[in-house]
Design a protein around this ligand. Structure first.
Ligand code: 4G4
Length: 258
């Protein structure tokens, strides 16, 4: 797939996309990341991309015209429609499910805001989707764009090796990932759980699912309530809960029936 990024900081976005799994995906031509600087689409001597906000108050707004021209250049160079996304704190939250759907598109455009954001008329006319990577404010959309590029780039077929396979990631099945261990088996910090050394693949898979269920219950109960557990997962989670809080030893802040 190809990702076109409209940004005042093209070098930063390119550098973010050049490292690790995603950088390798670009080298393997599974992913192409291109940047477009709105300053290159200005016509005044100062290459102006922003102006003060009507209604007053502090802060500048990104102008329609340089962004419209940059997006037109992207669309003119594309043989197929480009799904244009605007990264902003006002967007719908990005999830792994949404990432997986985006990863199947041939082409996405990412619009990075600076200052107080982009003139609303450009957004209404040129943007297909407004997305937020989380409930916090960044000084620009570039880091959010880098997050989208990374999350989507690593899902391109051939980007991950078997060991890194996407199926075992947190969220790929709506649960958090299980704990992981490597050598040494015994360390001053503790020992590796015995089942992982047993060679019993069924027992290991069962332990891992149980840990995933238990951690999700402990750390992200919101994820569990969205997902109907089948009978065997329910039984595994009950087992985890019994081991985690022996009867009559409920800890503070934890209700008995939840
Ligand atoms: C649009 C409007 C995304 C973009 C205002 C972008 C957080 C996220 C920006 C701004 C962003 C996010 C400068 C506040 C750029 N911050 N949560 N900043 N600001 O996805």
């Amino acid at each position: 797939m190809r990702i076109d990024v409209v940004t005042l900081f093209p070098d930063f976005v390119r550098q973010c996309a050049a490292v690790g799994v995603v950088g390798r995906a670009q080298q393997r031509e599974l992913l192409q990341v291109e940047t477009w600087n709105p300053r290159d689409y200005t016509s005044d001597r100062h290459r102006t991309v922003d102006a003060s906000s009507y209604g007053g108050g502090p802060g500048m707004v990104m102008l329609i015209e340089p962004l419209r021209a940059a997006l037109a250049a992207i669309r003119d160079a594309a043989p197929e429609p480009v799904h244009v996304m605007y990264l902003s704190p006002q967007g719908a939250r990005l999830t792994q499910g949404r990432v997986a759907a985006l990863a199947k598109l041939p082409r996405i455009g990412l619009l990075c805001g600076r200052y107080e954001g982009v003139d609303e008329r450009l957004l209404a006319r040129e943007v297909d989707e407004e997305v937020s990577i989380g409930d916090y404010v960044l000084s620009g959309g570039e880091l959010a764009a880098a997050v989208v590029i990374d999350a989507v780039g690593r899902l391109q077929r051939g980007a991950l090796n078997d060991a890194q396979s996407a199926e075992q990631d947190s969220f790929s099945d709506g649960l958090l990932d299980c704990p992981h261990y490597a050598k040494p088996v015994h360390d001053a910090l503790g020992s590796v759980p015995e089942v992982l050394l047993s060679g019993d693949h069924a027992a290991i898979a069962r332990w891992r699912l149980k840990q995933s269920l238990g951690r999700t219950w402990l750390r992200r109960p919101d994820l569990l309530s969205k997902r109907a557990l089948d009978t065997s997962s329910r039984a595994l989670l009950d087992e985890f809960r019994r081991e985690h809080a022996p009867p009559g030893q409920a800890r503070p802040n934890e209700t008995v029936d939840d």
